[in-house]
Design a protein around this ligand. Structure first.
Ligand code: AMP
Length: 279
């Protein structure tokens, strides 16, 4: 596995791969790799001739009170895991090179960034689309892989790619969960043992919502209120939002007609966790 830190070296390598006619699969991450990341890496490995994984904790997508400084980082472990997983190139740029002094350009998808996490993390998705757009220009992937765990991010990136005529195919892969249902996340590392148990209320409530839908309940307010009860019963949990929306427009809906997205953000102690499912 080759480790590349330099942006122009990554661009040269991508250009060479293109000339050789080799397809490039790309998995952008913020590192602290886990089974969720590995599912994307495995899909890219199967479908593309060359596999590039980036690790970049993007300062632009963190708000002033977010966890940029404490976000878990372990490059040694990540490079070992990436090497074992068949990654060809691990791209680890520095923030000073991605955003050099005087950097100005931003990419935004305002409509789809408005609801759900966008209401609470102002500027977050603009930070995401800006860095993903830059990474696409540097890595030049044929296919890029994202997790449905960050469902709104996936939808926003799809829209950016369509609106800006970017020649990259976006693939969204299912959420990888731990045995008890908790969605894998680098931020799970923040949870102590009690919080880890408390975090189970997210998955419990998703399951309850699915069950209600199967019982024929389609009124979103009823489902949301049942979820709120489950989460409120857990003293360490504080819901930030619980919403049911259209899976493409991300607009809130009142009744579930076809497929709907249930999405939530819940604070467990100081840790903010997100999860979602289709109903
Ligand atoms: P992150 O390092 O958290 O920015 O995540 C990098 C990519 O991995 C994003 O596309 C995430 O949606 C995806 N990802 C993170 N956790 C999971 C998970 N539990 N299941 C599937 N994909 C995930």
């Amino acid at each position: 596995m080759e480790i590349i830190k330099d942006i122009s070296q990554m661009q040269k390598t991508a250009n060479t791969l293109k000339k050789e006619g080799k397809s490039i699969g790309f998995v952008p991450t913020m590192g602290f790799l886990h089974a969720g990341h590995l599912s994307l890496i495995e899909a890219a490995r199967r479908e593309c001739q060359t596999l590039v994984v980036s690790i970049f904790v993007n300062p632009l997508q963190f708000g002033a009170h977010d966890d940029f400084n404490t976000y878990p980082r372990d490059l040694t472990h990540d490079s070992q895991l990436a090497g074992k997983s068949g990654v060809d190139i691990l791209f680890i740029p520095d923030a000073e090179h991605i955003y050099p002094g005087g950097y100005q350009t931003q990419v935004a998808v305002p409509g789809l960034s408005e609801n759900l996490c966008g209401r609470f993390r102002i500027g977050h998705f603009q930070g995401v689309t800006t860095v993903v757009c830059k990474l696409f220009h540097i890595v030049k992937p044929d296919i890029a892989y994202f997790g449905q765990k960050d469902y709104q991010q996936l939808i926003v990136i799809n829209k950016m790619v369509a609106d800006l005529n970017m020649e990259v195919q976006i693939k969204g892969l299912p959420i990888v969960r731990q045995k008890d249902g908790l969605a894998m996340s680098s931020r799970n590392a923040y949870l102590n043992e009690r919080e880890r148990k408390a975090a189970h209320c997210l998955y419990n409530s998703l399951c309850r919502a699915k069950q209600m839908k199967e019982e024929g309940i389609t009124q979103c307010s009823k489902i949301i209120s049942a979820i709120r009860d489950i989460i409120s019963a857990e003293p360490m949990a504080r819901p930030e939002y619980i919403r049911i929306c259209h899976p493409e427009t991300l607009q809130d809906i009142e009744y579930i007609e076809d497929r709907a997205l249930l999405a939530m953000a819940v604070h467990i102690g100081k840790t903010r966790l997100i999860d979602n499912c289709f109903l």
